[in-house]
Design a protein around this ligand. Sequence first.
Ligand code: OSB
Ligand code: MG
Length: 370
Amino acid sequence: MKVEAVEVFELRMPLRAGFRTSFGSVEHREMVLVRLRAAGGLEGWGEAPVAARPHYNEETTVTARHVLRDFLAPAVVGREVDDVPALLGALRWVRGHRMARAALETAFRDALARAAGTSLAAALGATRERIAVGVSLGIPPGADVGALVAEVERRVAEGYGRVKVKIEPGFDRRPLEAVRERFPDLPLAADANAAYRLADFPVFQDLDRLGLLFYEQPLHQDDLADHAQLGRAVRTPICLDESLKTPQDVETALALESCRVVNLKPGRVGGLTASLAIRDLCRAQGVDLWCGGMLETGVGRAANVALAALEGFTIPGDLSASDRYWEEDIVEPPFRLLPGGELAVPQGPGIGVTVVEERLRKVTEAKEVF
Ligand code: OSB
Ligand code: MG
């Protein structure tokens, strides 16, 4: 496939409701989209789920644009790139900047799958046509426990069968107890986004009585040893998110017993190839695995849904319907929640959704063509 151009879009998408985590609050998402154009009128789309601030990982909207413009696009534009290994070979010298790299790999895989007339899901080896999904709920305004319970009620009524609640020191026992009391059997999880220290272990020991699915990223992202120690002190499985940047990290975390559950976000680990390696690793070791989310547009969501349709994803992911995030998604068809709390895996060519140019234009802050 001859790569003719790489287009980079910086978006600013208003969320339907603000989303607050332990590291901060967002009202808008400022992600980067990539469109790869190839000979014969082929195109493919990918999303770098970066943010305006480096509060989740080191990347930002600006670094993603910089790395795509100055290093990643020049490595492939004008070249004959025949397959994914050839693409990754051309990009391998770029250290880090995984979300930027992931966007280009996904765009390339989307174009390849469209050329072959197959869905991205099928190209990845996925077998499921529908996947069970969950919803991730931010800390409500004023850390109001009643508002959180009302939000859980609303999402359960919509059909979500697994709920994740954001926690932070001072907003943990009360909200989780209240949700658990209202929904004794709901598959429920808590995500701390690295807000605690090992010395906080009594909080997690106390939460054990609520029977949560997992504690997600309770401690600092670089503290694999501390997570292993916390894991020995509690009954609820630890799940890692921010700590796992590469397949090697996952291998190390599992060897150290830093986690028993893995949250996989293709952007965080540098793309779908790295994601497949992590999925193989987890599957071989019988480790629970699920696909995380970064409040993506339909472009990023489509790739995540295709990945989560593979065997080995054992827990419903943070892959909610478009209307959980956006007044209007930029793709058609948008993702809709089906009965049973499921999303359909797009079966059309490539990522299986179409970017609506006019909607894209409305939310594009900047566009560069290479
Ligand atoms: O930690 O999983 C996280 C959103 C932005 C950054 C980090 C996280 C999240 C979510 C949202 O939890 C998941 C979603 O996309 O629904
Ligand atoms: Mg998380």
